[in-house]
Design a protein around this ligand. Structure first.
Ligand code: ADP
Ligand code: MG
Length: 758
């Protein structure tokens, strides 16, 4: 073998070797002809399309730790490669055997006379690094490390993992794993099942990356059972080298991959994910299931935003911003994945349902409306066309009930008419097999009717498992995904619509607004200079003001007399609030007085605030009392805008329904700063109670653009000042024309911490 050159691409080195037997194709599947003679690499092999090409589509594979004992991982991987038809040569490596599975074995990778592209390693944990180094020396370019016993088992394993990664980098290799299930490429020109899962999934449009190996096995089973085509499957394991992000990049330009599925437990580099996934989702859908709650939940919070950011808000924000569809369960993931087998995306949410039984039709209609789909009434032309198919007096409706005696011809005519209806953009034929109807003929009728309008998606519901498998293939082949339950079809169509809406919206980049950054910096520097990590309310409002957010004019009064002067100057009615670095929620300790109408009331309010907070927040340092004009809140809505920082995801900006009930309502939406205008729009329209911002109960609708701008300005503050840990603007009062902040809390972080690790 050629001496390997560290860090250099190895395909060229291997290609320089004269092939042992250039003409004969490899036939490793046959035990009678062991995979020796074929050339592992064509001398004119083109430049790799992706840095992961060796891992995803290798030309030759060694299995290190290819045991002769059945049901061991190494044995199973070898068997899978051989019996499921890997298209290149396979070399078992086993120091104690002359052959494994009838294929000649080698004592070590260095003994294999031909160049090897990829090595699958299934040896005990302590030997992995040594074996990996031998692979590196032999010119192997990719490793799949199945062996466990690394980072997942604690400090000692983590050290072992670092050492392994160091070896991989030293030889310029790429590695999937350790602690993974392996890689599958079901493409007919590769046919690699380098996993210990017993089956190859049917080849198809989906690529799947899974952070859990165990789940991977059941996912592949499910894919096989439901006929979901998988082109590539990668179990990434501990992912110290090849990550989910790397795979997204590899699949971005792979035309065999039409939809990307992800099972994610944690994001290593959310910023990079956002960048890559946003790009991909413009042209191919990504569907993700995220398991596990975010660790940041444990963070102690000094603000509403901090407390509310504790759940997996960051993940939701990340996926939404990247245009990724989030599935709640694996089942839903597959329902959605299957949906993308449609011939084309629906042009709108207008959907029609037809069935041969009333109940399922109604269930479907309910489920669809629950998913935001619209069941439109058929046009007069459609009604006229369908009427003769029904017994006299039975109405033509959506959902359309063809009743139990519906024939294949009836299905065909009704479906044809609905697909021709200009109001309908997607049709769901539901079929419950009654006795005496030729089920296969119905499936064929559905296929034939849908042929006329390939521009409109058809998703079938064939209730009852029996018989389903026989027709499913025919329907899937015709681009008609099939489901057992109407609810699954409804979710799937909703996902198609969401994807269309997301992929069609223009891509925006965050555009900064003009702000007084120096003014803001001075306020922060002042507090820092005094060794404080909290701004008082006046400073916090001044900070917002510097960032272009409209705030109430507030004054600090250190005595009753000063408070009276301030109140008279500002003009009644006024509000008064305690100013103390030790009080977080002022209302809770009697620190707020509203609707103060005259001097007498002002004097009383001042005294009450001082004495009550003296009791209820004993020991708190009091700097004085803030006096501000009372904003007439009638016709306004109280909202909350803020941000908290996640150590990995960065600044999580929040918008929600606010006031003192913000935490009770929990009606909030997060996005990760920096924000685009669209992000801000999505946030304001994304809360459950968004209709409260419209005209309601005689109140006018509020200025949504103004709210969006406040959200963007607060997000900009988060980006510009990593030393600000948390901001809570609560409430932001929104009116028909104006938006004004009347309370703000700002917490400085001990150390600047803005971004993830890389
Ligand atoms: P905290 O949140 O610390 O309890 P706030 O300053 O937010 O104190 O005051 C509590 C509530 O009082 C606000 O949610 C708002 O409804 C009302 N409020 C506060 N300041 C004003 C103001 N300047 N004008 C009108 N209402 C106000
Ligand atoms: Mg408040």
């Amino acid at each position: 073998m050629a001496t390997p050159v560290i860090g250099q691409a190895r395909r060229g080195v291997a290609a320089a070797e004269p092939p042992a037997s250039p003409a004969s194709p490899a036939s490793p599947a046959s035990p009678a002809s062991p995979a020796l003679p074929a050339s592992p690499v064509s001398p004119v092999s083109p430049v790799s399309p992706s840095p992961l090409a060796t891992l995803l589509a290798p030309t030759s594979i060694a299995v290190i730790g290819a045991s002769r004992t059945p049901r061991t991982m190494g044995n199973q991987v070898l068997r899978n490669l051989i019996h499921q038809g890997f298209t290149g040569p396979v070399y078992p490596v086993n120091p104690g055997a002359r052959s494994v599975c009838s294929v000649r074995a080698y004592p070590s990778i260095t003994d294999i006379p031909e160049a090897v592209d990829l090595a699958v390693i299934a040896v005990p944990q302590e030997s992995v690094a040594k074996v990996a180094a031998e692979c590196g020396k032999s010119g192997v370019r990719g490793l799949i490390v199945i062996s466990a016993g690394f980072k997942e088992v604690g400090a000692e394993g983590a050290a072992r993992e670092r050492n392994l990664v160091e070896v991989v980098r030293r030889y310029g290799m790429r590695m999937v794993g350790p602690n993974c299930m392996g890689v599958i490429n079901a493409s007919p020109d590769v046919m690699m099942n380098a996993t210990f899962a017993p089956y190859m999934p049917p080849f198809g449009a989906a690529a799947f990356v899974s952070q859990s190996g165990a789940l991977g096995v059941s996912v592949l089973d499910y894919a096989r059972e439901y006929g979901i085509g998988i082109s590539q499957f990668v179990s990434v394991g501990n992912k110290p080298d090849v990550s989910g992000n790397d795979l997204l990049e590899a699949w971005e330009h792979d035309d065999t991959v039409k939809v990307i599925l992800m099972y994610v437990e944690n994001f290593g580099n959310p910023a990079r994910f956002l960048q890559i996934a946003s790009r991909i989702t413009a042209t191919k859908p990504i569907i993700a299931v995220k398991a596990g709650r975010s660790k940041s939940g444990a963070r102690a919070a000094l603000s509403h935003t901090g407390a509310l950011a504790a759940s997996d808000a960051a993940v939701d924000a990340l996926l939404a911003q990247a245009g990724v569809l989030r599935a709640a369960t694996i089942e839903e993931l597959f329902d959605m994945a299957m949906a993308f087998g449609v011939r084309s995306l629906p042009r709108s949410r207008r959907t029609a349902v037809l069935s041969n039984a009333g109940g399922p039709g109604i269930l479907a209609a309910d489920a669809m409306e629950g998913c935001g789909l619209e069941l439109v009434s058929p046009t007069t032309a459609t009604v006229t066309a369908i009427k003769p198919l029904l017994p006299p007096g039975v109405p033509v409706r959506n959902p359309l009930d063809l009743i139990a005696s519906a024939t294949p011809a009836g299905y065909r005519s009704a479906l044809t008419s609905l697909l021709q209806d200009p109001m309908v953009d997607c049709v769901v034929p539901i079929f419950i097999p009654p006795l005496g109807v030729d089920q296969e003929a119905v499936a064929t009728a559905i296929v034939n009717a849908s042929r006329a309008r390939p521009d409109k998606p058809v998703l079938a519901v064939l209730m009852g498992r029996k018989g389903l498998s026989e027709w499913r293939a025919e329907l899937h082949h015709a681009g008609i995904p099939t489901y057992i339950f109407p609810e699954s079809a409804a979710r799937a169509i909703a996902a198609l619509n969401r994807y269309r809406e997301m992929s069609q919206r223009p891509r925006e980049t965050p555009a900064p607004l003009p702000v007084d950054r120096a003014g803001a910096a001075a306020i922060i520097a002042q507090a820092r200079g005094e060794g404080r990590t909290r701004l008082n309310e006046l400073e916090a409002l001044a900070l917002l003001d510097a960032y272009g957010v409209r705030v109430t004019r507030a004054r600090l009064a250190r005595s009753r007399e000063a408070a009276l002067v301030a109140a008279c100057d500002l003009g009644f009615p006024v509000v008064m609030k305690i100013v103390s670095p030790d009080i977080v929620h002022k209302t809770d300790v009697g620190g707020v007085a509203l609707d103060i109408r005259d001097e007498h009331a002002a004097a009383k309010a001042y005294d009450r605030i001082i004495s009550e907070t003296g009791h209820r927040a004993a020991g708190a340092r009091v700097q004085g009392v803030l006096v501000a004009p009372q904003v007439d809140a009638s016709g306004g809505r109280e909202t909350i805008v803020g941000f908290a920082r996640d150590p990995l995801f960065g600044p999580l900006v929040m918008f929600g329904l606010g006031g003192i009930y913000a935490e009770a309502l929990r009606d909030v939406v997060f996005r990760i700063a920096p924000l685009t205008q669209r992000d801000a729009r999505d946030m304001v329209s994304g809360i459950r109670g968004t209709s409260l911002l419209d005209g309601i109960r005689g109140q006018p609708s509020v200025n949504r653009e103004g709210l969006q701008e406040v959200v963007r300005r607060v997000a900009q503050l988060a980006v510009d000042f990593p030393e600000i840990g948390e901001v809570d603007v609560n409430p932001v009062l929104a009116f028909e024309h104006t938006v004004v902040a009347v309370d703000c809390r700002v917490v400085l972080s001990a150390v600047a911490n803005n971004a993830g690790p890389h």
